[in-house]
Design a protein around this ligand. Structure first.
Ligand SMILES: NC(=O)c1ccc[n+]([C@@H]2O[C@H](COP(=O)([O-])OP(=O)(O)OC[C@H]3O[C@@H](n4cnc5c(N)ncnc54)[C@H](O)[C@@H]3O)[C@@H](O)[C@H]2O)c1
Ligand SMILES: [Zn+2]
Ligand SMILES: [Zn+2]
Length: 354
C-alpha cells in the first residue's frame, strides 16, 4: 500500500483543497477503510464549504472532509471484535464516547461527551480521501445486495430520513408533504413510497430538483414554492391537508407550510437544519391537535435495520445520485452540490465511477 494518499479539505471560501497526507494506521478497535464512495450533504455546504459557520457539533476543525463514507476494510487494528479485512461497511458518521446515555441508546449523534464526541468530516478525518480510519463501533455492515454508493447514502441522508419517518409513522393511510427536494427530500420520497404512502407531494424552488423528484417517481405531484402552497396542498387532499409532513428545506416559509398544510391530528417532522420559523401556535397547531417532531440523524441499531429493509424492499439509495466525480475533481463536486442543480453528488474511487 502507498504511504501517502490524496485527501480533500474545505478552507471555507467555496473551494476544495487537495493535499497529500500520510495513509494512517488503525489503532486499537479501529479499522482502515479504502473509501469507495463518499457523498456530499447539504450540511457540508451550509456549515463548511462557503464559510465555517458551524458551531459545537457542526464546528469544522480543519480535518479531511466528508461525513457520508462507505468502503472496504483493508486493515483492522488489534482488538476488533466483529469486523475484519475485506468487510464492506458504512460509517455511522458520529463517533461518540460509547458510555453516555445517548451513546448507550445507539444515538452517538447526541453523545454528551465534549471530549470524546467527534463527527467524521467535522472534528475527525472523514471520507473525502483514498483511505480513512474508523472506529469499529461506528461501522454498519453493508449487505452484498447494496452497492458502496447505496451505503454512502445511508451514512447520513437515508438514515436520517428513516429515523424521522419512524417518529411520525408513515403507512398507506397517509398523504405526505415533503418541503425541500434536495437529496434528503428525495430520500424521503423514496422511503415514503416503500412505507406505503399513497400520495406524495413535494415542494421546491429549483426546477432541476422538482424534475428529478418527478422523473424518479419519488413524488406524485411537485409544486413550485410560493404563497399559495397551503391552499394547493389542501386542494390535492380533499380540502383537509396531508396526514404527514416532512421539512427537508430548513426554509422558514416552507416550514410554516409544512405545519399549516397538515390536517387535524397530523404529524410533522423537521429534518432541515438551521434558520427559523414563525407560526401562530393556536390556529396552526394547538386547535388542530397537531404534533411536531424534531429529528437528528439516527441510531446505529436503526441504521442496521434500515439496510436490511433496503434489501427487502429492493430500494437502492444510489438511484438519487445524479453525478459522480473522482477525488481529484472534488472541487467540481462541491460546486455542483452548492448550485443545487443536481440530485445527490458522489466522490468515488475509480471502480465506482460507473
Ligand atoms: N436533521 C438531521 O439530522 C439532518 C441530517 C442531514 C441533513 N440535514 C439537513 O437537511 C436539509 C436538507 O439536506 P440536503 O442535503 O437535501 O440539502 P439541500 O440544501 O440540497 O436541500 C434543501 C432543499 O430545499 C430547497 N428549498 C429552499 N427553500 C425552499 C422553500 N422555500 N420551499 C421549498 N424548498 C426550498 C432547496 O432548493 C433545496 O433543494 C439541510 O438543511 C441539511 O443540513 C439534517
Ligand atoms: Zn449529512
Ligand atoms: Zn457518548
Amino acid at each position: 500500500m502507498n504511504e501517502t494518499m490524496t485527501a480533500a479539505f474545505l478552507p471555507g471560501d467555496s473551494t476544495v483543497e487537495l493535499r497529500t497526507v500520510p495513509v494512517p494506521t488503525p489503532g486499537h478497535a479501529e479499522v482502515l477503510l479504502r473509501v469507495k464512495v463518499s457523498t456530499i450533504c447539504g450540511s457540508d455546504i451550509r456549515c463548511i464549504y462557503h464559510e465555517h459557520l458551524g458551531k459545537g457539533p457542526e464546528g469544522y476543525q480543519g480535518v479531511i472532509a466528508g461525513h457520508e463514507p462507505c468502503g472496504q476494510i483493508v486493515a483492522a487494528g488489534e482488538g476488533c471484535r466483529r469486523f475484519k479485512t475485506g468487510d464492506r461497511v458504512i460509517v455511522y458518521h458520529i463517533s461518540g464516547c460509547g458510555v453516555c446515555n445517548d451513546c448507550r441508546r445507539g444515538y452517538m449523534i447526541s453523545c454528551t461527551s465534549e471530549k470524546y464526541r467527534r463527527a467524521y468530516g467535522w472534528q475527525r478525518d472523514g471520507g473525502m480521501a483514498e483511505y480513512m480510519i474508523a472506529e469499529e463501533k461506528d461501522l454498519i455492515a453493508l449487505p452484498d445486495q447494496l452497492s458502496f454508493a447505496d451505503g454512502a447514502q445511508v451514512a447520513c441522508g437515508f438514515g436520517t430520513v428513516y429515523e424521522g419517518l419512524e417518529k411520525i409513522g408513515i403507512d398507506g393511510n397517509h398523504a405526505v408533504l415533503i418541503t425541500g427536494l434536495g437529496p434528503v427530500g428525495l430520500a424521503t420520497g423514496a422511503l415514503c413510497r416503500k412505507l406505503g404512502a399513497n400520495k406524495i407531494i413535494g415542494i421546491d424552488v429549483v426546477p432541476e430538483r422538482m424534475k428529478i423528484a418527478l422523473d424518479l417517481g419519488l413524488c406524485d405531484v411537485v409544486l413550485a414554492s410560493g404563497p399559495d402552497n397551503v391552499a394547493e396542498v389542501k386542494a390535492l387532499t380533499g380540502g383537509f391537508g396531508v396526514e404527514r409532513a416532512v421539512d427537508c428545506s430548513a426554509h422558514h416559509a416552507a416550514r410554516a407550510t409544512a405545519i399549516r398544510a397538515t390536517r387535524r391530528w397530523g404529524r410533522i417532522v423537521f429534518i432541515g437544519e438551521g434558520g427559523t420559523v414563525e407560526i401562530n401556535p393556536s390556529p396552526d397547531m394547538i386547535h388542530d391537535q397537531k404534533t411536531l417532531y424534531g429529528s437528528w440523524v439516527t441510531s446505529t441499531w436503526l441504521m442496521e435495520e434500515l439496510v436490511e429493509r433496503l434489501v427487502r424492499w429492493n430500494l437502492h439509495p444510489a438511484d438519487i445520485i445524479t453525478h459522480r466525480f473522482p477525488l481529484e475533481r472534488a472541487g467540481e463536486a462541491y460546486a455542483l452540490m452548492a448550485s443545487g442543480k443536481c440530485g445527490k453528488v458522489a466522490v468515488c474511487a475509480d471502480e465506482e465511477l460507473m
